[in-house]
Design a protein around this ligand. Structure first.
Ligand SMILES: Cc1cc2nc3c(=O)[nH]c(=O)nc-3n(C[C@H](O)[C@H](O)[C@H](O)COP(=O)(O)O)c2cc1C
Length: 290
């Protein structure tokens, strides 16, 4: 056992968190299932204090505590360089089977620095620009599920990130669909679709619909999605999604990889708890998928 263990690190060391009013904070779960959380405070460009918590074993606590000690007095960039190896080289006696705890500590403290950088991005900007890749550059991208029905009555749905409001008079949205998608033919045939806006509770459904094709089977049945028919259009609404927008295709534009379907909105269905007296949807009441 190392001095570190023997020094009693496992009995709540002084750098065991949380840290109030931290400038950066992150929680990371390692492959072993242990979760480590770090807080850092930064004064004059240097980490003034660092604290950790861990729900893991003795080695996990030892590595977390040591990473916090190593972070103090270093710049955020230097903290980002605190590696598994550096932690292991200081925490002598970590059993071979627990060396991953040092990686967890390294990842967690680096994540806290990343959070610090996000929070302080405005003050960290140098003012210089450089060229970046254009693909999917407009952010944040929406997380939408578009459902549709072919003329043969076949229902399907896919995840769409290329979507947006595109007109308020008349109210219309656009969704970009790649022609190779199974859904593409269904929307082309029927001339309508439904945009379903999922909340964080539809994560599993979203992941499934975005990674499987209706060409290989009935996705909606397999995923257990609850559907009802649209009131106006011939397409299913995914009722578990808090907002569903029935649309009729009025135009489409081939932009390149995606064909942009302009959908004139026929009816919006929103969970009643979300709808204000003036009919607007109160988006603050739900956590949307990001
Ligand atoms: C996050 C995410 C965003 C996606 N965005 C789009 C999109 O905007 N347009 C599109 O055609 N496919 C998009 N896809 C891919 C389709 O959802 C996916 O290929 C789906 O399996 C197609 O189903 P289908 O063949 O049954 O129509 C996205 C997938 C994911 C995971």
């Amino acid at each position: 056992m190392s001095d570190f263990f023997e020094a009693g690190v496992v009995s709540v060391p002084s750098n065991f968190g949380p840290l109030r009013d931290a400038d950066g904070n992150a929680r990371v779960t390692g492959p072993c299932g242990d979760t480590m959380e770090f807080w850092i405070s930064v004064i004059d460009g240097v980490v003034d204090d660092a604290r950790y918590t861990s729900d893991g074993c003795m080695a996990s606590n030892a590595c977390g505590s040591l990473a916090a000690i190593l972070a103090r007095g270093r710049t955020p960039t230097e903290v980002e360089n605190i590696s598994q190896e550096e932690i292991l080289s200081r925490a002598r006696g970590i059993p071979e089977s627990d060396r991953h705890c040092a990686l967890l500590a390294s990842n967690a403290i680096q994540a806290a620095v990343a959070d610090y950088r996000r929070r302080n991005f405005a003050s960290l900007r140098s003012g210089e620009k450089r060229a970046a890749n254009a693909r999917s550059i407009v952010q944040p991208r929406p997380s939408l599920i578009v459902s549709c029905r072919g003329t043969d009555g076949r229902d399907n749905a896919l995840v769409v990130a290329y979507g947006s409001n595109c007109s308020y008079d008349p109210c219309a949205v656009m969704v970009g669909i790649v022609p190779t998608r199974f859904s593409y033919r269904l929307i082309k045939e029927s001339g309508c679709f439904v945009v379903n806006i999922p909340s964080i509770h539809q994560r599993a459904l979203y992941d499934y619909l975005g990674s499987h094709s209706g060409r290989d089977g009935d996705k909606l049945a397999v995923s257990g999605a609850r559907c009802v028919d649209g009131d106006v259009v011939r397409a299913p609404l995914l009722v578990d999604c808090p907002v569903n927008i029935e649309c009729v295709v009025t135009d489409s534009i081939v932009a390149g990889s995606h064909e942009l379907f302009i959908g004139k909105i026929q009816k919006v269905h929103a969970d009643s708890e979300l709808v204000s007296d003036d009919g607007s949807v109160d988006w603050n009441k739900i956590s949307l998928l990001q």
